[in-house]
Design a binder for this molecule. Sequence first.
Ligand SMILES: [Zn+2]
Length: 272
Amino acid sequence: MAKPAIKVHIQHHGNMMCDYKWLLVNAEWLASKSNPNPPSTWGPCPTHTVVVDHPDGRLLFDTTCPRDWQQHWKNAAAQNWFPYEDVAPEQYFEERLKQLKLDPSDFKYVALSHLHLDHAGNLRTFRNTDIRILVHQKEYQGAISIPGEVQGFHLKRDYMVDGLRWVQLTEDTEIMEGVRLFEAPGHTWGTMCLMVDLPNTGTIIFTSDAAYMRESYGPPPVGAAIVWDSLGWLNSVERIRSFANMRDATIIFGHDPKQIKEIRLAPEAFYD
Ligand SMILES: [Zn+2]
């Protein structure tokens, strides 16, 4: 049977800035007796979203950071650790959608890899619509249970808003033919990856923060400072690898400053 005519648009929304030591435990970056003042590892941390055009409906994977981050991230340490300030006006979430001639109401599903503030930052846009907001049940339950308004990168005002039509997933799920969300916990309670089977490209896996960058993936996987469950995170990298090997998949990492320059980006280009 012919595969459904699916198209995938990767939208780059500019970069946060951060110390890469958060994302990669790399011994060369640490001070030592022979190298007490290692060079700075402060640099751009790209953020992207994915639009999947499918004959049965359109899906958005993640919602990146909000344009009003300085106000919205008030009281969140991310303001200082991961400032979203290396971004051109045309890279903001709502501008990118316009470039694809899309309105938020054009989506059937919004899938969240997890609820961190650089992934759920524009979820508010989908209030009071019929759009299904897909999230892993463990992520949702964990995120609404944090004490206070903010814990680490979970910010309640991103996701505890009225008028969102949540669907909580409890296992790997095929959303539409050839479009799957699979469990990859560790970075957070219920992180999920997106896997799409395209007619020409083959399979693409979007890891989100289950693998921040190519160096995180390895082999061997290289762990990070921002991980809720380190052993779970390592197991999830191997889970991604087994899917990828089975399908000879292309892997798009969550925050890879090198890879973002090498891939086809919206609105000029897409994968099909
Ligand atoms: Zn992230």
